[in-house]
Design a protein. Structure first.
Length: 214
């Protein structure tokens, strides 16, 4: 058994263990941390498969951004675990039936499937100048360009829907109207007002000051 196979089985075991702890952990923060461990293990397996771009993307995007945000949200939530366990006994038979059916289906796939080296040969080692980022871009924008564009449209619709659902109208915000600023001129901005002078002569002012003193 080569060193690469040993590393693969090691990270695969860590991945299975972390995935089981995510669904079985009673504390939500621990479940989120085990999910981070599962992402790290999956990225290590992708590194063994020479998919460096996907491995780094998994670490940067999911572990570095999504999971940190999720962890902060989970830590700020006050989860009532007693309320979550109220319907456990009623839903247990249905959960057992679904679990048994899932594992039976998985067992049939494993036993009846052909996982030999002839069906899934080990890929040849790539040259030093090989770039899987370039290869991924070529496959993505040639063979799967329609699926890629559909995914982009779905994400755009989701963003617009989220903005439309959360928008509550104007809240007396002061905004600039660029068109009105550009159309401004002397006639509609400057107004000359004629009014009488309100100043008094100096003699009247002196008389008022003397009257105030007396």
């Amino acid at each position: 058994m080569s060193f690469q196979v040993i590393v693969f089985y090691g990270f695969a075991a860590w991945l299975i263990f972390a995935a089981l702890m995510v669904v079985s952990s009673k504390h939500s923060v621990k479940a989120a941390l085990f999910l981070v461990l599962s992402f790290v293990s999956a990225s290590a397996i992708w590194m063994l498969l020479e998919a460096e771009f996907l491995a780094i993307s998994l670490i940067v995007v999911y572990v570095g951004a999504v999971m940190v945000l999720l962890l902060f949200v989970v830590m700020m939530l006050d989860v009532d675990y007693a309320a979550l366990r109220q319907g456990f006994v009623k839903k247990l038979p249905l959960a057992l039936i679904i679990s048994i059916a899932f594992f039976a289906l998985l067992y049939s796939f494993i036993t009846q499937g052909d996982f030999s080296a002839e069906a899934y040969p080990i890929p040849e080692a790539k040259s030093a100048g090989y770039s899987n980022i370039k290869e991924l871009g070529r496959v993505l924008y040639t063979d799967y360009v329609i699926a890629f564009e559909l995914a982009a449209v779905i994400l755009l619709v989701a963003i617009i829907s989220a903005i439309a659902l959360t928008f509550r109208g104007r809240r007396n915000r002061k905004v600039q109207n660029i068109n009105k600023q550009l159309m401004a001129n002397k006639k509609n901005r400057l107004k000359v007002v004629k009014m009488k002078s309100a100043t008094k002569p100096t003699e009247d002012i002196a008389v008022e000051e003397q009257e105030q003193k007396s």
